[in-house]
Design a protein around this ligand. Structure first.
Ligand SMILES: [Zn+2]
Length: 277
C-alpha cells in the first residue's frame, strides 16, 4: 500500500512557446522536470523518473546542441539524490525506478540508483538498445549494468485493460500503481496511474495542459521530436476518452508546474502527498 507520495522538481528547461506551439505569441516559460517519489508499505521506495542532473552539462556535442535548443538549468542541490536526502532517503534505499522513457530530462539521476530494479516498457528498452540520434538517449546517463537490472513490464506482468484504448500493468499486484502504455512521445512511453490517489502521471503525453484542453497543436519541429506523432496524437485522444468516464482523475505531465496549493488539493485522509522543495 502507498504510504506517502512526493512530487519534486529536479531542474528545468526554458522554451519559447511560439517555437513549440501553433498560434502562440513569443513567451519564454519554464518546463520543470518533475519526479515522483513513493513510499510503499511492503516494497520500499519507488521513483517515477529521475529528472535532470549535472550530467546534462557533460554530455559532449549532443549535450551542447541540446542545451542551445533547450536551455537547461539544474543546480546540484536540486538533483534527485539531494532531494531524497531532504527526506532522509539514501540512494541505496530506492528499490525500483520506473522509467517513463529515456530522454535526458527523465534519466539524469539514474546513475545514483545502483541497487534498484529499473522498470520500463518493451518499446523503451528496444529504443535504448538500438538508439539513434532521434531517440535522444545520452549514453553518459545510462548505468553500465542496466541490462541486468531492467524489468520489462510486458515480460513480467499481466496486461490489464485500463480503458477501451489504454492498457497497463499492476506493478505490485495490489491495485495501487498501474503503469500504462502511452506511446508516441517515445516508442514505449509509460505513464503511472495511482488509483487510490486519483492521479495519473502521464510523462510527456503533452507538455502543456492546453494541448489536451484546448487542442493546441505542436509545430513541425516539435512534432519531429516525437517517436511517432500519429501515436502522440492518439495517446492524447485516449487520455481524453479516459477522463470523460473517470472525472475524478487528475492528469499530471512531467513538465507541468505543480504548485503546493494544487498538491494539497490531491491530499486526503487516506492519501498522503506533498510537494518536496
Ligand atoms: Zn521526453
Amino acid at each position: 500500500m502507498i504510504k506517502k507520495v512526493y512530487i519534486t522538481e529536479c531542474g528545468y528547461c526554458v522554451n519559447d512557446l511560439s517555437k513549440v506551439y501553433e498560434g502562440y505569441r513569443k513567451e519564454k516559460v519554464n518546463f520543470p522536470a518533475n519526479c515522483v517519489i513513493i513510499e510503499h508499505s511492503t516494497e520500499g521506495w519507488i521513483l517515477f523518473d529521475t529528472g535532470y542532473s549535472e550530467l546534462i552539462y557533460k554530455s559532449g556535442l549532443i549535450g551542447r546542441v541540446y542545451n542551445v535548443l533547450n536551455p537547461t538549468f539544474i543546480d546540484e542541490k536540486d538533483n534527485i539524490k539531494n532531494k531524497l536526502s531532504k527526506i532522509n532517503v539514501k540512494c541505496e534505499d530506492i528499490s525500483y525506478v520506473v522509467m517513463s522513457h529515456f530522454h535526458p530530462d527523465h534519466i539524469g539521476g539514474l546513475n545514483y540508483f545502483n541497487n534498484a530494479k529499473i522498470v520500463t516498457s518493451k518499446g523503451n528498452f528496444e529504443e535504448l538498445k538500438c538508439s539513434t540520434i532521434h531517440s535522444l538517449i545520452f549514453k553518459n546517463m545510462i548505468p553500465k549494468n542496466i541490462e541486468g537490472r531492467i524489468d520489462v513490464v510486458e515480460d513480467t506482468h499481466t496486461r490489464l485493460k485500463v480503458s477501451d484504448y489504454l492498457e497497463g500493468y499492476d506493478l505490485f499486484d495490489d491495485g495501487e500503481i498501474i503503469l500504462v502504455n502511452l506511446r508516441g512521445h517515445s516508442k514505449g512511453q509509460l505513464g503511472m496511474l495511482l488509483k487510490r490517489g486519483n492521479l495519473f502521471f502521464v510523462a510527456d503525453s503533452y507538455w502543456r495542459e492546453d494541448e489536451i484542453n484546448q487542442d493546441i497543436k505542436l509545430k513541425l519541429i516539435a512534432r519531429m521530436i516525437q517517436s511517432s506523432y500519429n501515436n502522440y496524437v492518439n495517446t492524447q485522444k485516449y487520455l481524453k476518452d479516459y477522463l470523460a468516464s473517470n472525472t475524478e482523475i487528475k492528469l499530471i505531465a512531467s513538465h507541468e508546474i505543480v504548485t503546493d496549493e494544487e498538491v494539497q488539493k490531491y491530499a486526503r485522509e487516506d492519501f498522503n502527498i506533498e510537494k518536496l522543495h
